[in-house]
Design a protein around this ligand. Structure first.
Ligand SMILES: Cc1cc2nc3c(=O)[nH]c(=O)nc-3n(C[C@H](O)[C@H](O)[C@H](O)COP(=O)(O)OP(=O)(O)OC[C@H]3O[C@@H](n4cnc5c(N)ncnc54)[C@H](O)[C@@H]3O)c2cc1C
Length: 486
């Protein structure tokens, strides 16, 4: 749903642009936060490759019909539970940022936001380039591109991989729904399911399968490479989750890596008594690092994401961490990059003070979650405001000295007054454990201390995992009309 034209800072639209790349949890928050601060002086241009916001983004590969070249996001719950999939995709409409505009006084409600549907392939010093050749100039740039699908666990049978690589790779709502319906059909058919990856996605997926009435009889095994599930958190969370796994009957294999997934044909008979036919359905063998082999008729890998930092390599290759691909940032959340002509390993300097990165794509020191990203947004947007003010002050100063040296870069001295982001000491998570149970868990400051655990009231559990809340926030008119197909 392309809904806007690109402002080029000429003609009627003379304001410079602040471009935000990526409009998920964190990029959208950046725009929300920028609106009250800069609506009079700047255009805010959100560039998002997807036509719809996807609630509770997740990364996964479904091995049975693997999609190596596509990011497909959906709820873990949507693998097993149908009936709310349309609500998981929210269109970027013109009212998407209405809540932020509502905070302005009525006489200031002229719009400064533009939403562009497109993939940014390259970031240059004063413009971004989209895949279709369009360019968008910027004075300030915010990168919130998050993470994409990790391709791994090479299938033994390469024909499967090749046949899917040629598929259409766009990911709008219509195609997303087709994929979700395929997963649900696979889930319905499957009896023996292996889920690889015991992070938040894998844990929520298996607990939903084993507590939803239509799927709870299925045989489910969760494989995790570490000794602890959700290993980035205090062991107390692992203990809670393991207790739940026992209660609902999920087999867990810990400390073993799934190293290869092989497809073998027709080991299971998919008999259809009504039609009187017997079809052979695919079976997979999951090879584990300890030598064990698991047989399954559905394998879902939930391996976390890989940072989508590639577009930045054109401008500042040194800002992209060689090993991890995350964007290195200064405490001010400006990208950490020496001038590439003068490359040094000095990570406390930036040659691009007007370029910021935050959220899951950035190495901020915080754990990867939307909540810390929201705090980072406050730091980034206030710092942009400070740079704008400093630049104005510099211009006035220059004018008064009759020195017409107009530097396009923000005033260097402004760095001294920029705010630093302090990552939270205690990572936390809001985790669902099946159709009814969920809890907030926060790490203690010390491993030996007691973590914060608060179970939610069971009556507050929503079947659609809160999708409707996002519709009300981002597309109120459509929600009121019950138009979830938009
Ligand atoms: C199942 C699950 C449950 C979770 N629950 C919680 C929770 O309860 N609380 C919490 O705080 N966190 C939670 N998280 C984590 C949270 O979803 C992520 O941390 C968050 O989505 C990160 O946001 P982001 O905007 O940085 O990146 P992403 O969500 O990855 O979004 C990046 C956006 O950028 C776009 N994009 C990427 N590259 C380009 C490009 N080149 N051009 C244009 N657009 C581009 C993408 O399409 C995408 O929309 C959960 C995650 C999962 C998987």
């Amino acid at each position: 749903m392309a809904i806007d034209t690109i402002p080029h800072g000429s003609g009627d639209d003379v304001k410079p642009n602040i471009v935000v790349v990526g409009g998920s949890y964190v990029g959208s928050k950046v725009v929300d936060d920028l609106i009250p601060l800069v609506h009079e002086t700047h255009n805010i241009v959100l560039v998002e490759k997807s036509s719809h916001f996807k609630v509770a983004l997740a990364i996964h590969q479904k091995v049975q019909k693997i999609n190596l070249s596509q990011n497909i996001f959906a709820f873990p719950r949507l693998h097993a539970v149908s009936g709310f999939e349309s609500k998981a995709f929210i269109p970027y409409t013109s009212e998407y940022f209405d809540e932020a505009y509502a905070t302005l006084s009525p006489h200031k409600t002229h719009r400064c936001t533009h939403i562009i549907t497109g993939l940014v392939t390259s970031i240059l010093s004063a413009e971004v380039i989209l895949e279709d050749g369009r360019t968008i100039p910027y004075e300030y740039l915010v990168i919130a591109t998050g993470t994409g699908q990790r391709t791994t666990l090479g299938l033994h049978n390469s024909n499967i991989v090749n046949s899917t690589l040629t598929k259409d790779t766009s990911n709008d709502k219509e195609k997303g729904l087709v994929h979700i319906h395929e997963w649900q059909a696979d889930m319905k058919r499957a009896n023996k399911i292996v889920v690889v990856g015991g992070g938040a996605y894998g844990v929520q997926l298996v607990t939903d399968i084993k507590t939803y009435k239509s799927t709870l009889s299925k045989n489910v095994t969760l494989v995790h490479s570490r000794a602890k599930l959700l290993h980035t958190f205090h062991h107390g969370l692992h203990d809670i989750v393991m207790e739940k796994m026992k209660e609902i009957g999920v087999d867990t294999i810990l400390g073993q890596r799934a190293i290869r997934i092989e497809e073998v044909e027709g080991m299971f008979d998919d008999s259809n008594e009504i039609l009187g036919v017997t079809r052979k359905t695919p079976e997979f063998i999951v090879h584990l690092s300890g030598g064990e082999q698991l047989r399954a008729d559905l394998v879902i890998t939930c391996l976390g994401g890989t940072p989508l930092s590639d577009p930045l390599r054109a401008l500042a290759p040194a800002a992209v961490d060689l090993e991890t691909g995350y964007i290195r940032v200064l405490p001010t959340l400006q990208i950490a990059s020496p001038n590439d002509h003068n490359a040094t390993s000095n990570s406390s300097y930036t040659a691009y003070p007007n370029v910021f990165a935050l959220g899951d794509v950035a190495h901020t020191g915080a754990h990867k979650a939307a909540r810390p990203g929201h705090f980072q947004s406050g730091v980034v947007t206030r710092n942009i405001q400070r740079l704008i003010k400093a630049k104005v002050a510099q211009r006035l100063n220059i004018k008064s000295k009759f020195n017409n040296h107009n530097n396009a870069q923000p005033h260097k001295g402004a760095h001294d007054v920029l705010e630093s982001y302090i990552p939270p000491e205690a990572p936390g998570i809001h985790l669902r454990l099946g159709m009814r149970d969920s809890l907030i868990f926060r790490n203690p400051a010390l491993e030996s201390d007691v973590p914060y655990v608060q179970w939610d009231d069971r009556d507050s559990a929503t079947f659609d995992c809160g999708c409707e809340r996002y519709w009300k926030k981002r597309a109120e008119t459509l929600w009121k009309n019950g138009d979830f197909e938009a």
